[in-house]
Write a protein that binds this ligand. Structure first.
Ligand code: GTP
Ligand code: MG
Length: 429
């Protein structure tokens, strides 16, 4: 159910969309644009719209007035009348002037890919921080386009492009938007302090952090759930995983305790998509800063997707923007249960698995262990009987291989991380 700014219930209008893409003509580019429009259709569905037609125009150059040629614009108007479409979605970012010009001719709501992605995020964001981040991204994107946002804003609160945490006041002027941007920034700065404390705590506890990253729908959340199920199953720990784009919008942390008692924090993150709005990356930098802290990245790839190489590149680009390109990474080619004759790269730091079927999970765990516990050192200690506190700490938190109560004290052989090692090295024998 939707509400308008006066809090009245507004009837949900079915969104019937025409998708429009532009191709500069080369054969290779045509396949790319077709795939890109398929993805745009998935995005439209994720936002709740029904796609009634898709069209591609071959054109050497983007038209400054209409983005596509004027002939095509007239064609869209006729099609929209015939197909009863009320929304036209363009595959690239439009300028404010292009939006306004298109809307004047087509007489329908005009949005672009970025607005669509922002709308999905606006619908799904759950946490307070997530909502603020999306609103910030929407405002930043709308600011230079106010001139073209006629229809999308005139029906505030209804329909794709006009939803979101800030929808109530979006028709207000630039001044308001600028004030709101600085207000949100202040609120986000506040939440940053809390997160900073949590981050420091995690660092201090010296629990390694492993982050799942990758293209949307690759299987990150499914893999997280599988690892939870294999180690310490608890219904409450399970995260949402679904066959749709952007199922995950808020990061989730779960402690994974291995049978060997070694533990790490696993982080599930928002997925990436091609042409991910820059404003959104900027906005999500705050939650993705945990990726920056991670000791290891698991880059999950949907190996069944024919565009998986492009998707890997997109992920690398976003990681680059976050300044974490050189972090220790395992490439995880997922969905191997569905593979049919596709050649997938093999090699060091590469794993083929199926998160759903649980194939390859042991190998993954052993690679993770090899990477994050490589700094563990084996040590032999003799602890006096009055230091039972150290004995229980070691038994709870580390991998104790031998523990014998001898006459001269408690004899322990264990693998320790650097902090514990330095703390107890005095008891070494
Ligand atoms: N066949 C098969 N499907 C899988 C596998 N792993 C995940 N999936 C499916 O892929 C879809 C997406 O899975 P998610 O775990 O939600 O993907 P995600 O990477 O978290 O996606 P976002 O949260 O949107 O970024 C779901 O329908 C899963 O069931 C696998 O190993 N094999
Ligand atoms: Mg997910």
């Amino acid at each position: 159910m939707e509400f308008n700014e006066k809090n009245e219930i507004v009837k949900e209008i079915e969104q019937r969309a025409i998708l429009v893409g532009l191709s500069t003509g080369s054969k290779k580019e045509i396949t790319t644009i077709e795939n890109s429009l398929k993805e745009l259709e998935e995005l439209a569905k994720a936002a709740g719209a029904k796609v009634v037609h898709t069209m591609i125009q071959n054109k050497q150059k983007i038209d400054a007035t209409f983005y596509i040629g004027k002939g095509k614009v007239d064609e869209i108007k006729i099609l929209a009348d015939e197909l009863d479409a009320n929304l036209v979605i363009f595959n690239d970012e439009l300028s404010g002037a292009q939006m306004r010009n298109l809307e004047q001719v087509i007489e329908r709501t005009i949005i672009d890919r970025t607005t669509l992605i922002l709308d999905i995020f606006a619908q799904r964001a759950q946490s307070k921080v997530g909502k603020l981040q999306v609103e910030l991204a929407q405002l930043r994107y709308r600011l230079p386009r106010l001139i073209g946002l006629g229809r999308a804003l005139s029906r505030t609160g209804v329909g794709i492009g006009a939803r979101g945490p800030g929808e109530k006041k979006l028709e207000l002027d630039r001044r308001y938007i600028l004030d709101r941007i600085s207000d949100i920034k202040n609120q986000l700065d506040e939440t940053k302090k809390t997160r900073e404390i949590q981050r420091k705590k995690r660092k201090k506890n010296e629990i390694p952090i492993v982050a799942l990253v990758g293209y949307t729908n690759a299987g990150k959340s499914t893999l997280m759930n599988k690892l939870i199920a294999m180690t310490d199953y608890d219904e409450e720990k399970i995260v949402y995983a679904e066959n749709m784009l952007f199922a995950t919008l808020d990061t989730a942390h779960r402690k994974i305790v291995l049978p060997s008692k070694e533990e790490f924090i696993l982080i599930d993150t928002v997925g990436f998509v091609s042409k991910l709005p820059h404003a959104l990356i900027e906005a999500f930098k705050a939650t993705l800063e945990e990726v920056v802290d991670a000791d290891l990245l698991l880059h999950i790839i949907d190996a069944t997707n024919q565009d998986y190489e492009m998707q890997m590149k997109v992920t690398d680009q976003v990681l680059d923007e976050l300044d974490v390109k050189d972090k220790s990474t395992i490439l995880v080619f997922n969905k191997m249960d569905q593979m049919e004759g596709i050649q997938i790269p093999c090699g060091e730091d590469t794993i083929h698995l199926s998160a759903v079927e649980g194939i390859g999970m042991e190998e993954l765990l052993s690679q993770i262990k090899g990477k994050i516990f490589a700094y563990m050192k084996k040590i032999t200690l003799l602890l006096p009987y009055d230091r039972g506190d150290i004995v229980s700490h070691l038994q709870d938190k580390t991998k104790v291989e031998t523990c014998e109560y001898r006459e001269e004290g408690v004899y322990i052989e264990a693998c320790l991380g650097p902090i514990d090692y330095n703390k107890y090295v005095d008891y070494m024998i």
